[in-house]
Structure formats: C-alpha cells, structure tokens
Design a protein around this ligand. Structure first.
Ligand code: TXA
Ligand code: MG
Length: 364
C-alpha cells in the first residue's frame, strides 16, 4: 500500500506493427522489476493482467495482497513461446497439443499437470497449473522481458469488474503495485476460456471467446462445467475462482430475461420514484426503455453495450459499462439477457455472476 506506482503509457499503434524495436528502455525497466519480484500490470487481448514472476512464491504472494484475493484461488501462468509450456507442465496429451497448435497464441488457458518448479503459492495449492500464451504483442514482450513465466490474474481488486482500459487499472491498483503499463483498450473484453485438459473429455471451466464449438471441431467431445450450463452458482466449481462473487458493480444488479416490452413493464412495477436506476441493453432496444422510463419519471441511466447482432461488441464493452455505473448514483441496475452465439454464453456467464445470480424470468 502507498507505493509510488510508475505509469507507462504506450502508443497502441506501435504495437500493431510486427517489427517493434526490441530493446526499449521502458521494457528493460519493466523486465527488471518483474525479475526482481515486483508487480507490473499490463494489457492482454482479453483483459488487463496483474503480473509477477510465477516461479517466485514471494512475488506471487504480492499479487494476492494487491488484489485482496483469497489465496486458494490459483493464478494463470502466461508464457510468450509455446515450447515454454513444457518447462512448467507435464503429461501433455495429444489433444492438449492440438489445442495449443490451433488456438495459441490466443484467449484460451489450459489446465495441465504442473511440474515441480511451479510453487504451490502460484497454483493455490493445486497439483495442476493453468497456462496461457496471449495474442498480444506488448504482453508477450513484457512476459519475455520478465523471464518468460508471468502469473497474471485480471488486474482488478477482487470482486470488481475486470479492467479493459488503463484507467480501470489505475482506479484499482495505483499506490499498490510497482508499475502499470497502459496501452488503451483491449480487443476481446472478457477473460480467456479455461479448458481443463487433465480430465477426459476435456472440460470448459470458464467460457470465453474460444468456444466449445470451435474446440470440438479440433479435438472432439468437450464437457462443460455444471455451473456454466445451469447458469447458477455451482456447488463445487472446478476453477476455484468461479465460486467467488465477481465482476460486480457497487449497485445491486438483476438480470431480466424478457421481451423488451415486458422488461420495461417489470421495471415500472418494481422501482420506487426516489430510486435512481440503471439499465443495460442493446442499441436496438434503448428507445423503448427511454420512452417508458421517461413516462414514469424515475431518475435513470441507460447504457448500451452495442448491437445485439454483434456479440463481440457487447462483450467488449461489458466491464467498462459495469464500472461506469460505479461513477454514478444508481442504486439498482437492470440488465437485459442476451441470446445468440457461444460468445454470448461468456457474456451471460459474467452478467449472471455480476448480478450474484439474481435472475428474473418473465414469460412472454
Ligand atoms: O484472460 C485471462 O485469462 C486473464 C488475463 C489477464 O490473461 N486472466 C484471468 O485471471 O482471468 P484470473 O486470475 O482473474 O482468473 C483465473 C481463473 C480463476 O477462476 C482460477 O480459479 C482459475 O482460473 N484457475 C487458475 N488455475 C487453475 C487450475 N490449476 N485449475 C482450475 N482453475 C484454475
Ligand atoms: Mg479475475
């Protein structure tokens, strides 16, 4: 607490070019901080990560402190070269190899049996280790500079929405960690898919942009953790982090599964005139809610995630939208429920959790 956090702003465009100068001074400094056991937040294509040397148990410990995270919740180890997975994991099956070949670098994390050198402080006491090779050039350069094995949970205070912009990380981590590398917005906006490769069939523990369908085309049958399928808090989630309340804005939140007209009727029925409310919806429905809420004269804010036809847009804007409500005075947030492709399943998984599984279904 009360550290001086160094903030490094990187021009995003520089990192869209393949050939970036290798030995920039800031990169060396960040690498040194990580190798000496410090904590550095940096962007990936999913969300911002809070990085430390994964093979140094004291460094990993600092992450739990900065986030206020329970120590039984294991960290993902990020690598910047596919072959490095063999240095921290063992018994890698042919199916795991196929997933790596097809989807790495990318937004999928594989749970594998760990090797001895990975401290249990990094894996929350488990014999398995979660490994991810991100598709973000800046992230990979930082991982390499820091020694190649960087554990990185999302760079938010435990329980809050994950950061998708540099300013979100500053809100949560300024004064608590050594360095924040900010490079504008991320491209996906929800955390990686987690696939447990230590069971047969392999099991999705957390849905993300790489979907079950995409994986099944490559390795055949995939199972899905009960909690994801049933859209409820699982009794015994296999990814320990899935049992905690997550992604939550300060205001109480409700997911309303209903036609937009029934949705707005429901709001009118349950809100009181003194209570400021928030609504999360797609661009196609916003006018319906504006009209209805203006009629009943409650103070309200409507935030649009994007078009219902574009699930990636909805997903990308989710955490910024949830954090945006924390800056306002709304006391209750009502969100639409989205249906569509499998990426929408990742979006709904986060929304349901943010609402603490407070879900209202209204039949049409
Ligand atoms: O996209 C992402 O994965 C981001 C970026 C920064 O890479 N990271 C991320 O980390 O979301 P975190 O710590 O916020 O979420 C990691 C999840 C937790 O639910 C944790 O319980 C689970 O992964 N996990 C980690 N190691 C595991 C293991 N060995 N077995 C099962 N679940 C594991
Ligand atoms: Mg997280």
């Amino acid at each position: 607490m009360n550290k001086i956090t160094k903030i490094i702003e990187i021009n995003e465009e520089l990192y869209n070019i393949e050939e970036t100068p290798k030995n920039e001074e800031w990169l060396n400094a960040v690498g040194t901080t990580l190798r000496q056991g410090g904590v550095v937040a940096f962007p990936t294509e999913t969300v911002y990560g809070l990085g430390a040397n994964a093979l140094d148990k004291q460094a990993a410990q600092k992450i739990y402190e900065a986030k206020g995270r329970p120590s039984d919740n294991p960290l993902i180890i990020h690598i910047a070269k596919e072959e490095d997975v063999y240095k921290i994991a063992q018994d890698i099956s042919d199916k795991a190899y196929q997933v790596m070949k097809n989807f790495w670098p990318g937004s999928i994390t594989l749970v594998l049996n760990k090797k001895e050198n990975v401290p249990v402080e990094t894996t929350g006491g488990l014999d398995t280790v979660a490994v991810r090779f991100p598709k973000h050039m800046l992230a990979c350069k930082i991982i390499e500079a820091g020694g190649g094995f960087i554990c990185a949970p999302s760079a938010n205070i435990s329980g809050k929405p994950s950061p998708t912009k540099g300013v979100h990380v500053m809100e949560d981590m300024n004064g608590k960690i050594d360095t924040i590398v900010s490079c504008d917005n991320v491209s996906i906006g929800v955390e990686s898919t987690i696939l447990d490769m230590t069971v047969e069939p392999p099991m999705v523990l957390r849905p993300g942009a790489i979907t079950k369908e995409m994986l099944e085309k490559v390795i055949g049958k995939i199972a899905v953790d009960d909690g994801i399928l049933n859209q409820k808090q699982p009794d015994k989630p296999k990814a320990p982090g899935m049992k905690y309340r997550h992604y939550a804005p300060q205001a109480e939140m409700v997911v309303v599964k209903a036609h937009p007209l029934h949705f707005s009727d429901y709001i009118c029925k349950v809100v009181s005139k003194e209570e400021a409310i928030g609504v999360i919806c797609c661009s196609e429905h916003k006018d319906i809610y504006h009209k209805k809420l203006a009629e009943i004269k409650v103070p309200y804010i409507i935030k649009v995630l994007g078009s219902e036809k574009n699930s990636l847009e909805l997903t990308k804007n989710l955490y910024d939208t949830l954090r945006g409500f924390d800056q306002s005075k709304v006391e209750k947030i009502f969100t639409e429920s989205f249906e569509g492709d499998e990426i929408t399943q990742a979006l709904m998984n986060r929304l349901n959790k943010a609402a603490g599984y407070n879900i209202v279904k209204i039949d049409n």
